[in-house]
Design a protein around this ligand. Structure first.
Ligand code: AMP
Length: 523
C-alpha cells in the first residue's frame, strides 16, 4: 500500500507529515523548511509560483499574489468576511458564477478550491520527493469551526490536486492526537488553536486509545492576520499624522507595511520594543518619504487585547457546552503560530487557571496529528478510536423564517437524523427544503448549505403524504441528505445544491486546465 500523508492546510503556512516505522515525521521542503507559505502567485512573465517562491516576490507583484485564501474558501461573495478581506488584500476578489469569491491574478480568474489545490499539490510534491514514489492519499485538516460548504470545498481542492482525501479532520483534534501519541493517561484537555486566519477551541477527553471531543467552538475569521491588520492601521495612522500621506491607496506600500507589521509582531514576542524601518515608502513634492518608527510590546497589546478577549469568550461557551469548568481541565495546549505571543499566553493561563503546556511545536502538531490519523485509518490494527463532533447545529428553515434544529452542535459524528415532511396544500406535488447550519433561531442568520425540492408527491389531501428526509453528517463533518416516500418506500436521491461550491463539471474543467507540471515548481 502506498504512503498516506497528513497535511495541515493552513491560512498562512502549510505542513506535511508522515508516519514511518511507527514514528510521525514532519517532511521538510526542498529549501529545508518544515512549513511552506500557503501562497500562490502568477509572476509578471506568466509563471506560476507557489510557497516560498510566491512569498519572495509578494511585495513587487502584490496584485497577482494570493495569500490567506483559506479565509475566503466556501464563502459567499456578499459575506461580511469577504468584504472585510477585500478591504485589506492587494489582489482583486470577484464574484464567481456560484456567488462564491474568486481571485483575479494577472489575467486569470481562480476559484478558492483551485488555489487550495495548488498548495495541496505542492505539499504532495514535497512528500513524494521525500518518499521517492507517488503519493495519492491524504488526511487533510480544517478548522473545527469550518461549516459544510468550507469542508466540501476542501474536498474539491483534494480532487483537483489529484489527492484522495481519506478523511478531513479538525485541526484541534489533530493536535490532540499528536499530544496523546505515546501517552496513556486519562486526561481532559483543552486545545486553544490560534493560527494565521482562524481560531478554534476544543475540549477533549483522552485515554486508553480513545480520543473523544466533548465540545468545540471557534471563529473562522479570527487569527494572526487580524493582529497584523491592527498594527498596519496603527502605522498608517502614525504616517498620516507625521507625513500627511495615507498609504492605503498604494497597494505595494501596503504590502510592505503588512510584511513589516507581521515581522514586528513576531519580534515583540521575544522583546519589548522593535523598530519598523521602511525607506522610500512614499514620494511627494518633498521627495521620497521614509517610515521609521518604534513599536513597543505594550502598544501591540493595547491594539490587540480585544482579539484575545474575543477568543476567551469563545472558550467560555465551549466549556459550557462540554459542561466542564477550568478546574476540570488537566491541560491546556497551545497550537498555531499566533499563540507565541506572551500576552496571549498569560491571558490563557489566567483564564484556565494553569500554565499552558509547552511541549508541542505549535507549527507542526496539526500535520503530525493528521499523519497519525492517516496511519490509524490504514493500519490493520485499530488501536485508536477518534470520536469527533459537529461544530454547528444543522437544521431546516420552517414557516415564518424560523430555524428548526435537527442535529444539535457538538453531537458526535457520524450521525443520522430523520424528519418527516408533508404538504400544506391539497394535491401539492413538491416540497422545497432549505438546509442550514448555524446557531440562530432566525433561518436567514444561518449559513444556507443548499436547498432541494422533493417532487413527484402523489396527489393527496394536505398533511397526508409522509416523506422522510434523512440528514447525515459523516466523519468528515460533511452533510448528506436522502429522502424516502413512506407510503411507497421509494428512495429519492437528493443533491443539495450548495452555493459557493463547484459543480463536478467545473472541477473537471479546472483539472484539465491545471496539468500537474504547470503547478509543480521547486522551492
Ligand atoms: P499558523 O497558521 O499556525 O502557521 O500561524 C501563523 C500565524 O502565527 C501568523 O499570523 C504569524 O504571524 C503568527 N506567528 C508566527 N510566529 C509568531 C510569533 N513569534 N509571535 C507572534 N505571532 C507569530
Amino acid at each position: 500500500m502506498g504512503h498516506v500523508i497528513g497535511i495541515d492546510l493552513g491560512t498562512t503556512n502549510s505542513c506535511v507529515a508522515i508516519v514511518e516505522n511507527g514514528q510521525p515525521t514532519v517532511i521538510p521542503n526542498a529549501g529545508g523548511y518544515k512549513t511552506t507559505p500557503s501562497m500562490f502567485a502568477v509572476s509578471q512573465d506568466g509563471k506560476r509560483l507557489v510557497g516560498h517562491l510566491a512569498k519572495r516576490q509578494a511585495i513587487t507583484n502584490c496584485t497577482s499574489t494570493a495569500y490567506g485564501v483559506k479565509r475566503l474558501i466556501g464563502r459567499r461573495f456578499d459575506s461580511e468576511e469577504v468584504t472585510k478581506t477585500a478591504e485589506f488584500v492587494p489582489y482583486e476578489i470577484i464574484r464567481g458564477s456560484n456567488d462564491d469569491a474568486r481571485l483575479q491574478l494577472a489575467e486569470k480568474i481562480f476559484t478558492c478550491p483551485e488555489i487550495a489545490a495548488i498548495i495541496l499539490r505542492e505539499m504532495k510534491r514535497v512528500a513524494q520527493e521525500y518518499v521517492g514514489e507517488p503519493v495519492e492519499e491524504a488526511v487533510v485538516t480544517v478548522p473545527a469551526y469550518f461549516n459544510d460548504t468550507q469542508r466540501q470545498c476542501t474536498k474539491d481542492a483534494g480532487k483537483i490536486a489529484g489527492l484522495e482525501i481519506l478523511r478531513i479532520i479538525n485541526e484541534p483534534t489533530a493536535a490532540a492526537l499528536s499530544y496523546g501519541f505515546g501517552r496513556s493517561d486519562e486526561e481532559t484537555i483543552a486545545i486553544y488553536d490560534l493560527g494565521g486566519g482562524t481560531f478554534d477551541i476544543s475540549i477533549l477527553s483522552m485515554g486508553d486509545g480513545v480520543v473523544e471531543v466533548l465540545s468545540t467552538n471557534g471563529n473562522t475569521f479570527l487569527g494572526g492576520e487580524d493582529f497584523d491588520r491592527r498594527i498596519v492601521d496603527h502605522l498608517n495612522a502614525w504616517f498620516v499624522d507625521n507625513d500627511g500621506i495615507d498609504l492605503r491607496n498604494d497597494a505595494m506600500a501596503m504590502q510592505r507595511l503588512k510584511d513589516a507589521a507581521e515581522k514586528a509582531k513576531c519580534d515583540l514576542s521575544a522583546r519589548d520594543v522593535t523598530e519598523i524601518n521602511l525607506p522610500f515608502i512614499a514620494t511627494d513634492e518633498r521627495g521620497p518619504r521614509h517610515l521609521n518608527v518604534e513599536i513597543t510590546r505594550d502598544t501591540l497589546e493595547s491594539l490587540c487585547h480585544d482579539l484575545v478577549s474575543q477568543s476567551l469568550k469563545t472558550c467560555e461557551a465551549c466549556m459550557r457546552d462540554a459542561k466542564v469548568g477550568p478546574d476540570q481541565i488537566d491541560r491546556v495546549i497551545l497550537v498555531g503560530g499566533q499563540t507565541r505571543m506572551p500576552f496571549l499566553q498569560t491571558a490563557v493561563a489566567e483564564f484556565f487557571g494553569k500554565r499552558p503546556h509547552k511541549g508541542v511545536n505549535p507549527d507542526e502538531v496539526v500535520a503530525i496529528g493528521a499523519a497519525l490519523q492517516a496511519e490509524a485509518l490504514t493500519a490493520d490494527e485499530k488501536d485508536l478510536l477518534l470520536l469527533d463532533v459537529t461544530p454547528l447545529s444543522l437544521g431546516i428553515a420552517t414557516f415564518g423564517g424560523r430555524f428548526a434544529t435537527l442535529i444539535e452542535r457538538n453531537t458526535t459524528v457520524p450521525v443520522r437524523r430523520s424528519h418527516v415532511f408533508t404538504t400544506t396544500r391539497d394535491d401539492q406535488r413538491d416540497v422545497k427544503v432549505r438546509v442550514l447550519q448555524g446557531e440562530s433561531e432566525v433561518a436567514a442568520e444561518n449559513d444556507l448549505l443548499g436547498e432541494f425540492v422533493l417532487s413527484g408527491i402523489k396527489p393527496a389531501s394536505k398533511g397526508e403524504p409522509e416523506i422522510e428526509v434523512s440528514f447525515d453528517i459523516d466523519a468528515n463533518g460533511i452533510v448528506n441528505v436522502s429522502a424516502r416516500d413512506k407510503a411507497t418506500g421509494l428512495e429519492q436521491s437528493i443533491t443539495v445544491n450548495a452555493a459557493s461550491t463547484l459543480s463536478d463539471e467545473e472541477i473537471q474543467r479546472i483539472i484539465e486546465e491545471n496539468p500537474p507540471d504547470a503547478i509543480a515548481l521547486k522551492v
